[in-house]
Design a protein around this ligand. Structure first.
Ligand SMILES: Cc1cc2nc3c(=O)[nH]c(=O)nc-3n(C[C@H](O)[C@H](O)[C@H](O)COP(=O)(O)OP(=O)(O)OC[C@H]3O[C@@H](n4cnc5c(N)ncnc54)[C@H](O)[C@@H]3O)c2cc1C
Length: 422
């Protein structure tokens, strides 16, 4: 098993400090058991960094899927620019190199008093500390007619894998001249720039293969993330191809009709050749069932330890949490996970907690050779995660700067997924 030096781990958490994580338990006593639910970006990172931080912790990761497909870069797949296989990662290295027990199952219930997790096969896992990282769920009934069956006709592709493949197939078989309708969700939702990156990259695909096709974005909002950068790029790269309608024009999307592939707003019905419906979101189901969410549908946490504000002894990271200024991104989930691993390891070792610095770095594609970036650092202020320093690309950046960002994104993908999955 690889063990990091304190210096390496401290740098990686951004904490800069890794005080003695020596065992608090006496020699011969059983190892502390940490169960992590959800083998996505947040959960896999917590598991890896905890397992690497101390040989006195037994880490079990519970994840139903055998492999994980990243949402980031899935818009490149939709544009025919990356095979899905290149976005798919297994859990073998986490077991082989870090000694993590990976259980392929779904957590069905948590008993915080007994400190147990019940899996879908009926078995239970006991824990000393629990981390819950279930990602997102869609809000029931937010769009009339959008149920499990409708998702197979009008995919969301907001969890990557089969849904992404389905949407890609539909785009490939769409006739030139067809209308692609993208329903963009209300705030807060997973990855604020992603719907608009998706429209941009699908436009690049249409330009190459279906130049008469049109894209209509029906938004639940009146403005969106990095709007100036996107609208500038749409005018430059895809003039006349993308139309964005804010909620104030349409009254908002209220329903879908899968039989006719139609999207219904307050004032009109839009019939699509291909429809990509991304509904309103909330924390993953398990978080709801376990009483980890508040009335917002998301999970409040302590911004230093990522312990639930509602259930002591249970930590949460990733898209499921209320992250203050932190957006719901893979980079944020990874950064929170390192801080959370540090806090749990420090607590188990009986050493002091130090607030970590948290980060987000994001590359967003406007076209295959045109990407913008942002970098933001966060820290806990008055019980909330606040942004303290930020950089964001500007509209006037040169084509060369944007080309370099597009190439840098590829390097980021490889390094980042290695950091998560080993
Ligand atoms: C199109 C798109 C593009 C994106 N691009 C970027 C980008 O460029 N950069 C970026 O930083 N972020 C990007 N994101 C956002 C990023 O994918 C998410 O923020 C990130 O995946 C969140 O990690 P997570 O661990 O919270 O959730 P997830 O990665 O979704 O992981 C949750 C895991 O929990 C598992 N799970 C759920 N319930 C249970 C249960 N009961 N028992 C066991 N396991 C369970 C699920 O199977 C899943 O594997 C993008 C998202 C989309 C949709």
């Amino acid at each position: 098993m690889k063990s990091w030096t304190r210096r390496e781990f401290g740098c990686l958490t951004g904490a800069g400090l890794l005080t003695a994580l020596s065992p608090r338990k006496a020699l011969g006593q059983a190892k502390a058991r940490v169960v992590v639910i959800g083998g996505g970006i947040g959960g896999a990172t917590v598991a890896k960094y905890l397992a690497a931080s101390a040989t006195t912790i037994d880490v079990t990761l519970v994840e139903p899927r055998q492999v994980y497909t990243t949402c980031f870069f899935s818009n490149l797949h939709l544009a025919g620019l990356r095979p899905l296989e290149q976005l798919t990662h297994g859990y073998e290295a986490l077991t082989r190199q870090y000694g993590i027990t990976v259980v392929h199952g779904s957590a069905e219930a948590i008993d915080p008093a007994a400190k147990t997790v019940t899996l879908n096969n009926g078995s239970t896992l006991g824990y000393d500390r629990l981390v819950v990282a279930p990602g997102i769920a869609f809000r029931d009934g937010s769009l009339e007619g959008y149920d499990e069956a409708a998702m197979e006709i009008m995919p969301h592709a907001w969890n990557a894998g089969q849904q992404t493949r389905l949407l890609r197939q539909q785009l490939e078989s769409m006739e030139d001249g067809g209308l692609f309708v993208l329903v963009a969700p209300p705030n807060p939702f997973r990855c604020p720039p992603a719907p608009y990156e998706r429209a941009s990259l699908i436009a690049s695909y249409f330009q190459r293969r279906k130049p008469k096709a049109k894209i209509l974005i029906l938004d639940a909002k009146d403005s969106f993330n990095a709007q100036d950068l996107f609208q500038d790029a749409w005018n430059r790269h895809y003039p006349g191809m993308i139309e964005w309608l804010p909620a104030q024009f349409t009254g908002g999307v209220t329903a879908v009709d899968p039989k006719t592939r139609s999207v219904i707003t307050v004032g009109a019905t839009f019939k699509a050749a291909v429809a990509n419906v991304v509904p309103a979101q909330m924390a993953g189901r398990l978080a709801q069932q376990a009483g980890l969410t508040d009335q917002s549908g998301w999970c409040p946490v302590d911004p230093v330890t990522f312990e639930s504000a509602l259930q002591p002894g249970i930590h949460l990271v990733g898209d499921a949490i209320i992250g203050g200024d932190m957006p719901k991104s893979a980079f944020c989930a990874n950064s929170q996970a390192k801080a959370c691993a540090f806090a749990i390891a420090a607590d188990l070792a009986g050493s002091a907690q130090f607030p970590a610095h948290l980060f987000n770095t994001c590359y967003t594609y406007l076209a295959p050779d045109d990407a913008f970036s942002n970098a933001i650092s966060f820290k806990p202020v008055d019980g909330k995660l606040k942004s303290v320093l930020s950089f964001i690309s500007k509209v006037e950046e040169s084509a060369e700067v944007r080309r370099k960002a597009a190439r840098a994104a590829e390097g980021w993908y490889d390094a980042f997924t290695h950091d998560v999955f080993g």
